[in-house]
Design a protein around this ligand. Structure first.
Ligand SMILES: *Cc1c(COP(=O)(O)O)cnc(C)c1O
Length: 371
């Protein structure tokens, strides 16, 4: 009864279902370099997600680094401080200067109305994040990118399976990058992918993730080793069989939280952000000033009861030492992101979370009202 409840628990299908996949790998002895499972998973994901081309990667971070290289992005890139640190790290790994722009108070995604003021002669691209899987204002971002001739690379690590009015959100911008890390909605233990609109770009990306080889004897770029192995790709094929169940269960949990939290004063759940199909990858709440405890007090209280929520995204990327000296990292430039980072907390959400677990989390939050 008192087992700890973590913010997430990786989804794993029954082990015996994975054995036949392993037997195939042991039979054909193809372990990596674009083997049969790698090919199958790329095709299966294109069709499941409703996108044209996918290149699988060893993880999302290497995919972000490679996406920037594929489009030869240089100079300055406009991005959000309210994300996982890998978003900005991918820029530093390319020698690019991040320029941070504040987020919108409702969506907590980059605020398009603040982007233009951050553009300089060195700006070449925008890297927005569909934070918590809730879509950015993709039309406004694209309008700015078109006006200033900028590339758009979406960090879509949270946005697996998310659709907007025009279909998959992954079809926006020049490229979108997914993560299949253990903690994400769809996981291959470690893994990631770049979604791209045309075969030529996919070919370039496929070369870059394989040292820059175009054939046995020819290397055309200082590529990296970013390939997904057959074992991860095979596991992805199995995960896809269970994804609908996993997403359905997340939706139920999201609904249960909203219902049970709606009358708790000072606790705010985020609304929708234009998605027609959500993935409920996270369940963020904002602990507002009229709740008796601070966010950190509530976080500690939950912890003493065995509920391990997470303060995503606190600290902001701009508070880490390699970013905080940048002019755009200054707190005065990012009031909304700083405010959200002080108030947000992600509650446990994962397919095997029970209704008893949910009630326990909500009871703890309700008890805080008596503080
Ligand atoms: C998880 C995540 C990444 C990194 O993905 P990995 O597969 O862990 O390398 C990048 N950006 C965001 C927003 C993430 O949440």
């Amino acid at each position: 009864m008192n087992k700890p409840i973590y913010v997430t628990q990786p989804f794993l299908p029954p082990l015996d279902e994975f054995i036949p996949y392993l037997e195939k790998i042991w039979d054909n002895k193809i372990l990596t370099n674009g083997g049969p499972f790698h090919q199958q998973l790329e095709e299966a994901l294109c069709s499941y997600l409703g996108v044209k081309h996918i290149s699988l990667f060893t993880n999302g971070t290497i995919a972000l680094v490679t996406a920037l290289q594929a489009l030869r992005v240089t100079g300055e890139v406009i991005t959000t401080p309210y994300s996982f640190v890998a978003t900005a790290h991918s820029l530093l790994w390319n020698g690019i200067k991040p320029v941070f722009v504040d987020v919108d108070p409702e969506s907590l995604n980059i605020d398009p109305t603040k982007i233009e003021a951050a553009i300089t002669p060195y700006t070449t691209a925008i890297m927005p994040v569909h934070c918590y899987g809730r879509p950015c204002d993709v039309d406004a971002i694209q309008r700015i990118a078109d006006n200033y001739n900028l590339r758009v690379i979406y960090d879509a690590a949270h946005a697996f399976g998310v659709n907007g009015p025009k279909g998959s959100v992954l079809n926006n911008g020049d490229l979108s990058v997914l993560s299949f890390h253990a903690t994400k909605v769809f996981n291959t233990f470690e893994g990631g992918a770049i979604v791209c609109p045309d075969a030529k770009t996919k070919l370039r990306i496929d070369q870059l993730k394989n040292f820059g080889f175009v054939d046995e004897l020819t290397v055309v770029a200082p590529g990296i080793n970013g390939k997904m192995s057959e074992i991860n790709a095979a596991f992805g094929m199995l995960q896809l069989k269970h994804i609908t169940h996993a997403l359905d269960r997340r939706k139920e949990i999201d609904g249960a939280y909203r219902e049970q939290l709606k009358d708790i004063k000072g606790i705010r759940c985020l609304g929708e952000s234009g998605e027609t199909e959500a993935n409920h990858s996270y369940f963020p709440i904002l602990v507002e000033d009229d709740y008796p405890l601070s966010r950190d007090e509530l976080y500690d209280k939950l912890k003493t009861r065995g509920v391990f929520a997470r303060r995503y995204f606190y600290p902001l990327i701009t508070d880490f030492p390699m970013y905080r000296g940048l002019p755009s990292a200054h707190r005065d430039n990012l009031p909304t992101a700083n405010n959200a980072a002080q108030k947000v907390m992600c509650l446990p959400i994962y397919p095997t979370l029970t209704s008893e677990n949910i009630s326990k989390v909500v009871d703890c939050i309700r008890e805080g009202l008596q503080a």
